[in-house]
Design a protein around this ligand. Sequence first.
Ligand SMILES: CC(C)(COP(=O)(O)OP(=O)(O)OC[C@H]1O[C@@H](n2cnc3c(N)ncnc32)[C@H](O)[C@@H]1OP(=O)(O)O)[C@@H](O)C(=O)NCCC(=O)NCCS
Length: 199
Amino acid sequence: MPEVSFPESIVTERLELRCYDEMDAVSVGELIGSNRRHLLRNFPELSKGLTTPAEVEQFLSGCVFQWNERKGYCYGVWAKTLKNLIGQVKVKSLHWEIPSAELSYFIGQSFLRQGYASESVAAVMNVALKELSFNRVYVRIISSNIASIQLAQKLGMQHEGQHHREFRCGFGELHDVDYYSLTSSDYALCTPKETETPR
Ligand SMILES: CC(C)(COP(=O)(O)OP(=O)(O)OC[C@H]1O[C@@H](n2cnc3c(N)ncnc32)[C@H](O)[C@@H]1OP(=O)(O)O)[C@@H](O)C(=O)NCCC(=O)NCCS
């Protein structure tokens, strides 16, 4: 039986999420380059890295390697109408024996508050929990990141608890981290079954 894996492309109403390839170097360089300050607190490695074409290429080949090894699935998020790379959603910390995974995500600062994170993260959660029968997906969020906490709650995730002083951000400060998760059983309760007739 073939090993289960995430699809290379996920299409939603306004977005296409797909795995990166070497042709995406310019788009990725531009997205990171124009969002360094925006990413500094939550994604210090991305914010401080990818400064040269060689570093971008290394990042992309790392993504392809992780994808092929089933260790991480890094999706670029493209807006269909703009044809721009506007953000990224990554599936990581995979435990295939459960299966479970952590999600991390960002949307470029020119594209915020248009529902793009909701649409892209919900689509990846649906693939994991419904199509691939994952038992749990979770996110780790710095306690002061109100935008991401509200997004997690909007997507139906439950607060599990807080890990004290778990993350050092790109500004050098230590942060408490809140864990939010969605289990397959909770997901089944909050999404309509396909066989149900709408009233
Ligand atoms: C968090 C982030 C991904 C949200 O992206 P987005 O595309 O703007 O989010 P959406 O438009 O889908 O908003 C979804 C919900 O999140 C909440 N939200 C988003 N931005 C918010 C903000 N600045 N303040 C308060 N709530 C916010 C709202 O509840 C919003 O729903 P609403 O618009 O119906 O009120 C984006 O702010 C980002 O990339 N931040 C930097 C990186 C980051 O923090 N990533 C998460 C690490 S855990």
